[in-house]
Design a protein around this ligand. Sequence first.
Ligand code: GLT
Ligand code: MN
Ligand code: MN
Length: 390
Amino acid sequence: MADPFKPTAKDRFTFGLWTVGNTGRDPFGEATRPRWSPAEIVDLLGEVGGVHGVNFHDNDLVPIDASEEESATIKRDFAGALKRNKLQVAMGTTNLFGDPAFKDGAFTSNDAEVRAYAVQKTMRAMDLAAEFGAKIYVFWGGREGAETDAAKDPVEAVRRFRSALDFLCGYSIEQGYDMRFALEAKPNEPRGHMYFPTTGHYLALINSLKHAEMVGVNPEVAHEHMAGLNFVHAVAGALEAEKLFHIDLNDQEFGRYDQDLRFGSVNLKHAFFLVKLLEDHKYDGYKHFDSHAFRTADRDDVIEFARGSMRTYLLLKERAKRWNSDKEIKRLLRKINKASKDIDGLTGDFTPARAETLGAMEFNREKLAARPLPYERLDQRTMEILMGVE
Ligand code: GLT
Ligand code: MN
Ligand code: MN
């Protein structure tokens, strides 16, 4: 029988050059894996099988100091690898955090020249992403934050960030790139504090942009969990606002540094509700695994890491389907949901007449409070489905 948990390109799973290509370097130790070229990473993803596409920062593909000639060779090799492995470029982004010029931020830097350079670097990175057909462009403001609020007015920082985004939306439109931007929040790291710490902060900013319709969010599991927040709820807010343009899947122990662990490997229950949410609401964007293999992994184990990420998603998708069709779950859901068209209609659109009717209604608080909510049973059944009990 064919393996039902084998991914195909239709699943729209993607990986970044910087994720499977991660060398294992950390603040305390040197690399444990060699640096593979972009083409070698694409070949590795081809070997993994079932991957839809690959994502990159400008400098993951072309080093910041590459000559025209070097750049042309790298791009040619990369394009060849994409073709032979039948992979797409799904998303592009800019490295606005690695170079020392961005030590005090990029779009929010106190230095007008740094801000202008950051916008110019992004324009060029967008050109590069467009050359490879990317339609989604991610903004992760790695250095857009502060260690001391004596350094700048945080209101001014928000304004600078907005102004850069407005300009770059204009650039994408004028170039005919037809890109959609996805903003990625993180509470801290590498800065002590970031100006846009949660997905909610970005959802609020988007409404104030000149081209709000082309801008959405790219929430990441680890980033919301670092802040101790419920990621499923962050994604739900984005879905409801029709702003979930991209998603970064990985995992994370609550309250730790950014661990970028394999999807579903830490908080299985959260991962389950996340997959269920994405599937129930028919999210059809890319599912990007923004994580990296353990520092102990060699090339074979990196392949296992990539396969495991996709397999876990598909296993959880099957469990979500099982949950939705489970007789007991359905019975419990019927019991706890007390719908009434008449009553909901009353508190829908406001009219003085409805307010009058509502004002005259009598509610029996004791009766309302006495209604049973068997959530313990519901949660236990959920756990049993998750653990494979039929
Ligand atoms: C960096 C970060 C990620 C972002 C990437 C996009 S770069 O690895 O930790 O969460 O998605 O810039
Ligand atoms: Mn991360
Ligand atoms: Mn990310």
